[in-house]
Design a protein around this ligand. Structure first.
Ligand code: GDP
Length: 460
C-alpha cells in the first residue's frame, strides 16, 4: 500500500512491532521459536525474514499459519515484526514517552503457575505505556487429560475437552482473568471479546505443540488492523526514527547499535543523533549491517552491508563514538532537518524519562532507560529516595557516591539487570556500601526493604 503525496513522499503502512513479555520460564522463548519454526516449515522461501534483533513474518505467512482465521484480503498491514529478545530486556525498553519500541505486546502466562512478579511488572509497564496487549495462556498441553485437536481453532479444542480437563483448565484460565481484573483490566477468552482495546483477549495455547498459535497470530493481526492502522502510516522515505535495542561491541566495527527502526530510512554516511549517558551523541553512520543467513557466529562475515534500510526493521548501525549510547534511547536521522532541532528532540525524549533525584538517597543502576524508569517508579511508590539513577554497569563512581551518604539506608546501590565493573568490585570490598542486584524489580525492592527492616530491628 503506497500513496505518493505532492512532495513525493511515500505514505506506507508499516509492520506492527510485537514484543513478547512475561515471567521467567513461562515460555516466551519457546513461543517465539515456535512461531519462527512453524513459519519456516510452512515451506516457501521468504516465509520469514531474519532482521537484527527481530523476525518479520509477512501477512502471507501469517495467513498460511492461521488458516481460516486470517484471510489476507481483509488486511493491508504487511505482517508482524516480532522482537527476538523476549522478557525483561525487550519490555523494559518499552517506553512511556517518545518513540515506543513495540506497538503491541504478548504477555505470556504459564496457566499452571499463574501471575508472578515479572507478570505484574510487565503489566505495570503495559498499563503506563498504554500498549495494547493480548495474554497467551501458555502450556495448556500440561492440563491432565488434555485432548489435542490439530488444525482446529483453539475454541473448538477447548470446547471438546473432557469434563475433568475442562474444569481444571477453566480454574487456571479464570484465575488469570481474575488476576487481570485485580490489576484493572477487563479480560476474557479471546473469542468472547468484541473490542480488543477495551477488553484483554486471553488466548489459551501451547508453545510446545503449537495449538492456539494460529489464534494468537489472528488476534494480533486483527487488533493491529482494526485499531492501530493509523499509527502504522509512515513516511518511508523520510529521515529514520528508531529505538536502541542494544549497544554491542562487534569485531571489526567497535561499538554498534542494534536498532528497531519504526519510521523512515537510514542510509550510509548519514548524520544521526543517538541518546547517550552524557547527552545526545551526534555521529555518522559508517555501516548498516543485516544478518547473513547461516553465517558463522562472531566474525565480521556474519553481516551483510547494505546502503540503506527502511522501517519497520531491526538493523545494526556501526558508527564512531557510540560507547555511551544507551539501550532504550532514541535514534534520529538528521538528513535535511536542522541538527539543533533533532538534538533538542532527542534531549526532550531523554529528559522525559529523567528520574527525580533527591539530595540523599540510594544509587540506582539499570540496563535500559525503560528499566531505569520502571525502577524509579517502583522506588517512588515504596517512598525510597534516589540520589543518582543511570543506565549501565555499577562503576567505581557509583560506589563513591553511595559511600558519601549520611544514613546507612542510603549507602546502597540497587542494580537491575547489570554487572559490576572490576574496579567497582574492589571499591565495594573496601567500603560499607551495600549492593543489591536482581533481575526482578519487585524482588530487588523486597531485598532492600528486608535490609531496612533488619537495620531498624538492630538499632532498637
Ligand atoms: P522463558 O524464560 O519465558 O523464555 O521460558 P522458556 O521458553 O525458556 O520455557 C521454559 C520452560 O517451559 C522450558 O523447559 C520449555 O520447554 C517449557 N515450555 C514452554 N512452553 C511450553 C508449553 O507450551 N508446554 C509445555 N509443556 N512446556 C513448555
Amino acid at each position: 500500500m503506497s500513496d505518493t503525496d505532492t512532495q513525493g513522499h511515500a505514505e506506507t503502512l508499516r509492520t506492527p512491532i510485537v514484543a513478547v513479555l512475561g515471567h521467567v520460564d513461562h515460555g516466551k522463548t519457546t513461543l517465539l521459536d515456535k512461531i519462527r519454526g512453524s513459519a519456516v516449515s510452512e515451506g516457501e522461501a521468504g516465509a520469514i525474514t531474519q532482521h537484527i534483533g527481530a523476525t518479520a513474518v509477512p501477512l502471507e505467512t501469517v495467513s498460511q499459519m492461521a488458516g481460516s482465521l486470517v484471510n489476507p484480503d481483509d488486511f493491508d498491514l504487511p505482517g508482524l515484526l516480532f522482537i527476538d529478545t523476549p522478557g525483561h530486556h525487550s519490555f523494559t525498553t518499552l517506553r512511556s514517552r517518545g518513540g515506543a519500541l513495540a506497538d503491541i505486546a504478548v504477555l505470556v502466562v504459564d496457566v499452571n503457575d499463574g501471575f508472578q512478579p515479572q507478570t505484574l511488572e510487565a503489566l505495570d509497564i503495559l498499563q503506563r505505556t498504554g500498549t495494547p496487549f493480548v495474554v497467551a495462556a501458555n502450556k495448556i498441553d500440561t492440563t491432565p487429560g488434555w485432548n489435542r485437536q490439530d488444525g482446529e481453532p483453539i475454541q473448538k479444542t477447548y470446547e471438546a475437552q473432557s469434563k475433568q480437563a475442562r474444569k481444571r483448565l477453566d480454574e487456571n484460565l479464570y484465575k488469570i482473568i481474575g488476576n487481570l481484573s485485580d490489576e484493572g483490566f477487563s479480560a476474557d477468552l479471546y473469542w468472547r471479546v468484541q473490542n480488543f482495546t477495551k477488553n484483554i483477549g486471553v488466548v489459551p495455547l501451547s508453545a510446545i505443540t503449537g495449538e492456539g498459535i494460529p489464534d494468537l497470530l489472528a488476534v494480533l493481526m486483527g487488533l493491529s488492523q482494526r485499531y492501530m492502522k493509523e499509527e502504522m502510516e509512515i513516511d518511508v522515505d523520510g529521515p529514520g526514527k528508531g529505538t536502541v535495542l542494544e549497544v554491542k561491541e562487534e569485531k571489526g566495527f567497535g561499538a554498534t547499535l542494534d536498532v528497531v527502526l519504526y519510521d523512515g530510512t537510514v542510509k550510509e554516511d548519514e548524520t544521526i543523533v543517538v541518546g547517550g549517558a552524557n547527552g545526545p551523541i551526534v555521529t555518522e553512520v559508517r555501516a548498516i549491517l543485516q544478518p547473513r543467513p547461516n553465517a558463522e557466529i562472531r566474525t565480521e562475515k556474519r553481516f551483510n552491508r547494505v546502503e540503506s534500510v527502511s522501517a519497520a526493521t531491526g538493523t545494526k548501525i556501526a558508527a564512531p563514538d557510540l560507547e555511551d549510547a544507551m539501550a532504550g534511547a532514541p535514534v534520529r536521522v538528521v538528513r535535511d532537518r536542522d541538527l539543533d532541532e533533532v538534538i533538542a528532540e532527542v534531549e526532550a525524549e531523554l529528559a522525559g524519562i529523567e528520574v527525580d533525584t533527591a539530595e540523599q538517597g540510594v544509587v540506582v543502576k539499570a540496563d535500559t532507560l525503560g528499566s531505569l524508569e520502571a525502577m524509579a517508579n517502583a522506588l517512588d511508590e515504596a517512598e525510597v529516595p534516589i540520589v543518582r539513577a543511570e543506565v549501565g554497569d555499577v562503576a567505581p563512581r557509583d560506589v563513591s557516591i553511595a559511600g558519601t551518604a549520611r544514613e546507612d539506608e542510603h549507602k546502597v546501590i540497587l542494580g537491575f539487570n547489570v554487572d559490576v565493573l572490576p574496579d567497582a568490585k574492589k571499591e565495594l570490598e573496601n567500603s560499607d556500601v551495600r549492593l543489591f542486584k536482581h533481575d526482578v524489580i519487585y524482588q530487588l525492592i523486597e531485598d532492600y526493604d528486608e535490609f531496612i527492616t533488619e537495620r531498624k530491628r538492630e538499632q532498637q
